[in-house]
Design a protein around this ligand. Structure first.
Ligand code: GLU
Length: 424
């Protein structure tokens, strides 16, 4: 089992090492000036909070929480909040940095942020999760807001938790402020199409790439690591497009069926029994095996540092679409490139979520609801435009897609910094 957060290999790089290396390689390539590089190497603002929570048994537990704003150069900070036992400040900084590039790649007017609480939510009751979420929101309310920093769902957080964030922030100010958070339920100002937007965007990029390299998606085999919101919806959508999903996994392990799994039934099994491993019509395999399965397309949709120099030589997929943030290390990138595997990088492949978050925020500010069709059309337009720009640059310069995406993002962020100038 290698679902181990940002630790990766025992001596491997952390998520922050990876994020900085990726940025520096792109910065070298475009000859980014030293002062901009120095500024972007550090988060603009970090907040570390203690979150005391009254537990169901009457005792008080204190959780560590973080909110990081990496850059505000292109607009308010934007990014999710995760609940995970291996969250660290460095991990949250890396994730905030990736949000800066992601928002720039799809050209939405945001900087990057991220938040997290060090907790295993599976060990908490629903009431405890609500109280922890509300107190965390109150603690970080000094830096979040619809014009400042807008949280959203991430690993182990969902629309219900976004509702509590919205409500807590609104209660403290005395009126409803829906645009303080995205990924809310539709009934209280969420956007249609937000719940599966990350997966939809990911599938758009896979389809875009497939058409460029003349690959038919019909009958193509797929493996998905992680069966949360991103992984499960990606599997369901790829199956709808004619792909055969043969292997999937989650924290408890993997399942495999060469004839294909029924992606939606697997999701139902997760809802009912808590894990993909309880799906009856499949053989068991490990999480590690899912990554090296003989498939055409691999979607790592779990955590960082899952494909490293140790397992990259055994990866057989022709295409990897990074549903998760930071699932590949730079060493793995090099190995896979040499093996002819095309990687659609996280800052492009999973940007559909934050793109529809942007639509939700715009709808919230205007008190106006878009139709599902409008959301889907606008998401496709933006994802296709971003894919075209990235793929085009990579073709022209002979680079991989990650390098191209980073160059485009870095140039946009650097331009904003130059135009705004250095205060005071
Ligand atoms: N957590 C998601 C991500 O990593 C979505 C962030 C957002 O919608 O703000 O992209």
């Amino acid at each position: 089992m290698i679902l181990n957060g940002d630790r990766g290999d025992a001596n491997g790089p952390t998520a922050l090492d990876v994020a900085l290396q990726q940025m520096n390689e792109a910065a070298d390539l475009i000859g980014l000036d030293e002062s901009t590089r120095k500024m972007l190497s550090k988060p603009k603002r970090t907040l570390s909070v203690s979150v005391p929570v009254r537990m169901d048994d009457g005792t008080v537990e204190v959780f560590d929480g973080y909110r990081v704003q990496h850059s505000l150069a292109r607009g308010p900070a934007k990014g999710g909040i995760r609940f995970h036992p291996e969250v660290t400040m460095d991990e949250v900084i890396a994730l905030a940095m990736w949000m800066t590039w992601k928002c720039a790649v799809v050209d939405i007017p945001y900087g990057g942020a991220k938040g997290g609480i060090v907790v295993d939510p599976r060990k908490l009751s629903i009431g405890e999760i609500e109280r922890m979420t509300r107190r965390f929101t109150s603690e970080i309310s000094i830096i979040i807001g619809p014009d400042e920093d807008i949280p959203a769902p991430d690993v182990n957080t969902n629309p219900q938790i976004m509702s509590w964030i919205m409500d807590t922030y609104s209660m403290e100010r005395g009126y409803s402020i829906p645009a303080v958070v995205t990924g809310k339920p539709v009934e209280i100002g969420g956007s249609k199409g937000r719940a599966d937007a990350t997966s939809r965007g990911c599938v758009f990029t896979i389809a875009d790439l497939a058409s460029r390299i003349d690959m038919q998606l019909e009958g193509t085999t797929v493996a998905v690591q992680g069966y949360g919101n991103v992984g499960s919806n990606a599997a369901i959508m790829l199956e709808e497009m004619g792909c055969k999903v043969v292997a999937v996994s989650d924290v408890e392990g993997g399942i495999y069926n060469s004839r294909g799994l029924a992606a939606r039934s697997v999701a139902d099994t997760v809802d009912e029994a808590g894990s993909v491993v309880h799906y009856p019509d499949a053989e068991r395999c490990t999480n590690a095996e899912v990554l090296t399965m003989d498939v055409d397309i691999l979607v790592p949709a779990a955590l960082e540092n899952q494909i490293t120099s140790s397992n990259a030589p055994y990866v057989q997929a022709k295409i990897i679409a990074e549903g998760a943030n930071g699932p590949l290390t730079p060493e793995a990138d090099v190995i896979l490139r040499d093996r002819g595997c095309i990687v659609i990088p996280d800052i492009l492949a999973n940007a559909g979520g934050v793109t529809v978050s942007y639509f939700e925020w715009v709808q919230g500010i205007q008190s106006l609801a878009w139709t599902a069709e409008q959301v889907r059309r606008e998401l496709k337009r933006r994802m296709d435009a971003a894919f075209d720009a990235v793929y085009g640059w990579a073709q022209e310069e002979g680079t991989d897609l990650r390098t191209a995406a980073y160059v485009i993002a870095l140039q946009r962020v650097a331009r904003a910094i130059t135009l705004r100038g250095l205060y005071p």
